[in-house]
Design a binder for this molecule. Structure first.
Ligand SMILES: [Zn+2]
Length: 189
């Protein structure tokens, strides 16, 4: 394994794990076999990355997050503290499904998941979407959507920079402009 990343001595990295350059893995983490973590990521305290999970570059995972098998995080995804992923819609202790029964979750480039939010498995969170703290995502999320509540509903649109867009789909902070697509928005360049 290359060692141009940082891992605190209290953390465990199993065999067969790939970690990119510049990534920092802080206290009490466990990275399981087959996981692939990109470069320049930050994994806070008490983070578990399960078997075969794929994580892109520049991803920031705050304290107390478990990324279960079947979940994929693309580049620049932000996972707020104690946010929750799942990989089984109908779990039973007596009838474990195993890996073949896992429902996949994809979090696309730049998306942010708020503190203590839950992303129920089998869904895709679109590019640069923002999930509010405590929301429970039970559907696919369009790119740039601002989602809040239980179950999460779209209450607005957010810029790539994170600011909420105004009625004209312009960003009051950075000036980026967007236009409505069929069920999402995209930047006007
Ligand atoms: Zn902006």
């Amino acid at each position: 394994m290359n060692k141009d990343f940082f891992v605190h001595e209290s953390s465990f990295i199993d065999d067969g794990v790939t970690v990119g350059k510049g990534t920092k893995i802080w206290h009490f983490c466990h990275i399981q076999s087959g996981a692939v973590i990109g470069g320049n990521c930050s994994l806070g305290q008490n983070v578990n990355i399960s078997n075969n999970v794929i994580i892109g570059n520049g991803v920031k995972i705050q304290n107390n997050v478990s990324v279960y098998e079947g979940v994929e995080l693309e580049d620049w995804v932000f996972c707020g503290p104690s946010c929750v992923f799942t990989n089984d819609l109908t779990p039973r202790a007596k009838y474990p499904k195993g890996r073949a029964g896992y429902k996949k979750t994809l979090v696309k480039t730049g998306a942010s998941i708020g503190a203590n939010a839950t992303v129920v498995c089998g869904h895709t969170v679109g590019e640069w979407a923002l999930i509010a703290a405590g929301a429970v995502v039970t559907s696919d999320v369009p790119a740039h959507a601002l989602m809040a509540g239980v179950p999460a509903k779209r209450i607005g649109w957010v810029c790539e920079c994170g600011q909420v867009l105004d009625r004209e789909l312009a960003c009051p902070d950075c000036g980026r402009k967007y236009e409505r697509d069929s069920d999402s928005i995209s930047e006007v360049r």
